[in-house]
Design a protein around this ligand. Structure first.
Ligand SMILES: Nc1nc2c(c(=O)[nH]1)N[C@@H](CNc1ccc(C(=O)N[C@@H](CCC(=O)N[C@@H](CCC(=O)N[C@@H](CCC(=O)O)C(=O)O)C(=O)O)C(=O)O)cc1)CN2
Ligand code: MET
Ligand SMILES: [Zn+2]
Length: 714
């Protein structure tokens, strides 16, 4: 007999109820109690929905007020001492307070979800605090649902914390957790181990064996499901199979059906993708399910559904032909249930005719730009910038007025013309602020954009956008990833009118501002009938047209952002060089169309730029701005001697804190120790859209001041 389950479910709420509850609590408009109550309502609604759809086994503890890795740190008692005195230590770790920087945040594997990086030192004492998973189990039970609590497993938790050597110390609390769940008469627990699909070091592989041999030997415990996802387990599969754990979760969408017979195990077979929005072909899924050799099969999703929106039924603006191909979380749950039924019935289901499209990508090679020194000289003559030029990453604060106005246009309550006038006023304001502050290369501030990817998707053929397809990116922040369903083309210029309007207001250079092809595809749901590379190249050609038009319209500096370049890096090292080669080629295809005197900037965030430095160099941008404020030394060491313009961020924009001029000066001085003064740019870590104008003006004022002080010393 087969059953059905999902590894996790979205938690932001079908109408972003959690986002609103969090932000009103953070603003002091509601209490912690109100927030808890909203959380309970959302969990109850999710369990009710999953049970109503006929799902066999329900997960719990997949809800979080901020992030599941942070929740696991709390579960293990790994709360750094300095946060304990805060009013709300949990959110102090996640977001910081006036006097306290938050913990670092970074990307969850190759997704656009961000987790909080636990801070674990040699002295961190692990003590179990199982309140949250126990409370969720009881809460669900009171509603009539038995559940399988989900917790990040020890190997992934410690690998992401850079503290694998603490394995022995952390296993005690995990054992106590198992015992507590056993006392609660919980049948199964799910330990998430996505780190096992990456290239494991011998130490990590030993850790897998040690951890699951020991937890498997615990006397009183629920059955253990070790859930892997985002790829194949590789050598971790036989290692796990040799331990006493009862269940192994396999991603059979990214990974393949293993040869190994998993005798004595239950396989949670992830045949419904948690990473895309396409319906599952039942014929193919059944073939995979029938290929799995195990004692028992539970039909499942490839990973948590937290990476897809709630419900296709909430969309009324999409083409019916597209809707027929789509499955969001609700629809995916129904698919899992139906596949379990078909498998149990031994039904014969034919394959869909998989449509295989032909890529309409021109393969014509573009001439490379002149060597950097030639370009640099042409640009210096043309732009006439001071040493240590100051700039920003592109976005200025997205005001409530702008958001409300966009909502008004969508609702038909505000005329397009009035909206565009508002955007122009916003640009005038941003330019005025930058001139007053004395910045050197200005931006228009991106007020016309709801999001740096969705905005482009709305103006390109081949993309569909949703009204309510929100997916959590971090904390209360969400995106609506566009859906790529056809060949990408640019029917008309997109940003030119806003950039030229901004340039018309000032004598200083304004940077045109575009999102790069890799990032546009990475933060969209990709089509499933073309290789990703071909789709990225189509987008690159569309962006190249925009770059050409911006140059022709008189913009001398054009930034093409690629913050997701690192994100799409395959998890297995063997696949990385091929990816980096085409990703870099796509970027050059988008940007190599300009004259020498036009300066191309790129921007990447996230602190592990050092891992792909060769690729960043390969982009061949004249100026690269990167995040570095929270990982300063390491990044500076990595980029020392970089041969083109570089702007390591001088302050962290994720926090409302205003950096002092002294602090910025110190960072700049450190940068000048490793990079020649004529190459260094001065800028924040990333865009300013999540900040307020008051914060931005104060911070940038200090940045300009620090740059001036240091210029005097060059
Ligand atoms: N796609 C993407 N991924 C990214 C980033 C990014 O900028 N974009 N940055 C990095 C960090 N991730 C981020 C993800 C989201 C946001 C963010 O600010 N999201 C906004 C939503 C942006 C948006 O789509 N805004 C729309 C809709 C805004 C909205 O909520 N409107 C209200 C109505 C308007 C009102 O009265 O306020 C509603 O629908 O209820 C708009 O401005 O038009 C949010 O969650 O608040 C920031 C960073 C990495 N990944
Ligand atoms: C996540 S990277 C953001 C780049 C974009 N130009 C901005 O300033 O918001
Ligand atoms: Zn950024």
């Amino acid at each position: 007999m087969s059953s059905s389950t999902v590894l996790g479910y979205p938690r932001i709420g079908p109408n972003r109820e959690l986002k609103r509850a969090l932000e009103s609590y953070w603003d002091g408009r509601t209490t912690r109690r109100d927030l808890e109550e909203e959380g309970a309502r959302l969990r109850a609604a999710t369990w009710g929905r999953l049970a109503g759809l006929g799902l066999g086994e329900l997960p719990s503890n997949t809800f979080s007020f901020y992030d599941q890795v942070l929740d696991t740190a709390v579960l293990l008692g790994a709360v750094p001492e300095r946060y304990l005195a805060a009013d709300d230590p949990y959110f102090a770790m996640a977001r910081g307070t006036d006097g306290l920087a938050p913990l670092r945040m970074t990307k969850w594997f190759d997704t656009n979800y961000h987790y909080i990086v636990p801070e674990i030192g040699p002295k961190t004492v692990f003590t179990l605090d199982a309140a949250k998973p126990l409370a969720e189990v009881r809460e669900a039970r009171a509603l009539g649902h038995e559940t399988r609590p989900v917790v990040v497993g020890p190997v992934t938790f410690l690998s992401l914390s850079g503290a694998l050597e603490r394995l022995e110390d952390v296993l005690g609390p995990y054992e106590e957790l198992l015992a507590a769940l056993a006392r609660e008469e919980v049948a199964w627990v799910q330990l998430d181990e996505p780190a096992l699909v990456t290239d494991l070091t011998p130490a990590q592989l030993d850790a897998v064996r040690a951890a699951y041999s020991r937890l498997g030997a615990a006397p009183d415990r629920p059955k253990i499901l070790v859930a892997s996802y985002f790829g194949d387990l590789g050598p971790a599969l036989p290692a796990l199979a040799a331990t006493p754990v009862e269940g192994i979760g396999l991603d059979l969408v990214r990974g393949s059906v293993p040869e190994l017979a998993l005798d004595g195990k239950t396989v949670f077979a992830g045949v419904v993708s948690g990473r895309d929005v396409w319906r599952t072909d039942p014929g193919r899924a059944l073939e995979k399910l029938r290929g799995v050799r195990a004692d028992r099969i539970v039909v499942s999703t490839s990973c948590s559904l937290q990476h897809v929106p709630y419900d296709v039924a909430a969309e009324d603006g999409l083409e019916p032909a597209l809707v027929a191909r789509l499955a969001f979380a609700e629809q995916k749950v129904a698919e899992v249930v139906e596949l379990a039924r078909l498998l149990a019935d031994g039904a014969a289901v034919p394959f869909d005719e998989a449509p295989v499209a032909a890529a309409s990508v021109s393969q014509e090679a573009r001439p490379a730009r002149s060597p950097y020194p030639v370009r640099a000289a042409a640009q210096a003559g043309h732009l006439n910038l001071p040493p240590l030029p100051t700039t920003t990453i592109g976005s200025f604060p997205q005001t409530g007025e702008l958001r409300a106005a966009r909502a008004g246009v969508v609702a038909g309550a505000l005329a397009e013309d009035d909206y565009e006038k508002l955007v122009e006023r916003e640009i005038e304001h941003a330019i005025q602020v930058q001139e007053d502050l004395g910045l050197d290369v200005l931006v228009h501030g991106e007020p016309e954009r709801n999001d740096m990817v969705q905005y482009f998707a709305e103006h390109l053929d081949g993309f569909a956008v949703t009204k309510n397809g929100w997916v959590q990116s971090y904390g209360s922040r969400c995106t609506r990833p566009p859906i790529i369903h056809g060949d990408v083309r640019r029917p008309a210029p997109i940003t030119v009118r806003w950039s030229t309007y901004a340039q018309s207001l000032t004598d200083r250079p304004v940077k045109g501002m575009l999102t790069g092809p890799v990032t546009i595809v990475a933060w969209s749901f990709d089509r499933d009938d073309l290789p990703q590379r071909d789709v990225v190249f189509q987008v690159a050609d569309a962006i190249a047209e925009e770059v050409r038009d911006l140059e022709a319209a008189g913009l001398s500096v054009i930034q093409v952002d690629e913050p997701a370049l690192r994100e799409l890096l395959p998890l297995r090292a063997a696949e990385q060089p091929a990816y980096l080669e085409w990703a870099v080629a796509a970027y050059r295809r988008a940007t190599s169309v300009v004259a020498d005197r036009t300066q191309i900037h790129t921007h990447l965030c996230y602190s592990d730029a050092d891992q792909i430095l060769a690729a960043i160099d390969g982009l061949d941008a004249d100026v690269t701005t990167i995040e570095s404020a929270r990982s300063g030394r390491r990044i500076l060491d990595a980029v020392s001697g970089y041969s083109r313009g570089l702007g390591p961020g001088v302050y962290d924009i994720h926090s409302p804190r205003v950096p002092s001029a002294d602090e910025v000066e110190e960072r700049l001085a450190a940068t000048l120790k490793v990079l020649p003064g004529d190459r260094v740019w001065v800028n924040p870590d990333c865009g300013l859209k999540t900040r307020t104008y008051a914060q931005v003006e104060a911070s940038l004022g200090n940045v300009v001041e620090a740059a001036r002080r240091l210029r005097a010393t060059l």
